[in-house]
Design a binder for this molecule. Sequence first.
Ligand code: ADP
Ligand code: MG
Length: 266
Amino acid sequence: MDNNEPVIEVTDLVRRFGHQVVLNGVNLQIHRGETMVIMGGSGSGKSTLLRHMIGSLQPDSGSIRLLGQELSALDEEGLNGIRKKFGILFQSGALFNSMTVAENVALPLREHTLLDHNISDFQGKIKLELVGLREHADKFPAQISGGMKKRAGLARALAMDPEIILFDEPDSGLDPVRVSYLDELVKKIQEETGATFLIITHNIASVMRTSDYIAVLYQAGLVKFASKDEMRTTDNPLIRQFLAGRAMGPIGMDELAEERTEIERE
Ligand code: ADP
Ligand code: MG
């Protein structure tokens, strides 16, 4: 694929569930090595958008191009090939409790490659080193903290050296110090691997630390997709409310009101 071509390009994406329009003409692009954050209230379609991007849902109309390929043109084999380029860390990024941290991280390699188990385990240890968990490799999930579990989930998402890493609310349930540590880790991994990150989060401080581009979804619409700097200076009242985390404003939502942000302090 052409190097200037977006890694992900969503054009006029429309998706309904029954009569409910969930995505009403979404347009966005993300280039290699960039971090895009998707924000929006609960039920605004963030996870649905992500699921279209990995080809697990098909649009009613519009197109999704991934790594230069039109998703609707791919058969199941083609889709599986492209899915291997994704590393995914879901909110409930559950580790298997009966396996050690190291076994959890090596699992995708054991399942999806023909690598000798010794090599899978070794590769898994390299990813654990990257997230600072090498010393905890032989513990079981019940023996490590919530923050460590997220990092182990991240190591597992990295196991196959993905080009695109998707996080669906990776910071939920973490305190601000651990969120900030996870953000540092995202930056470090990005520098070391050059991967593209797509992150759904409500944590404004985290958005400001990690994002290059921000997409805000609100009531079935993409309100705005722009660079972080453009978002910071926009006059759009909805965006200002989102980024300030204010409960008062066009959107009646207090879930974003946990942290004061740079915009709020200005
Ligand atoms: P978010 O991740 O922003 O909280 P979702 O993308 O999960 O929101 O959901 C957006 C809307 O689409 C919600 O109203 C949800 O009920 C609806 N929805 C999501 N998935 C389905 C589905 N498979 N079938 C029917 N409705 C769905
Ligand atoms: Mg969701």
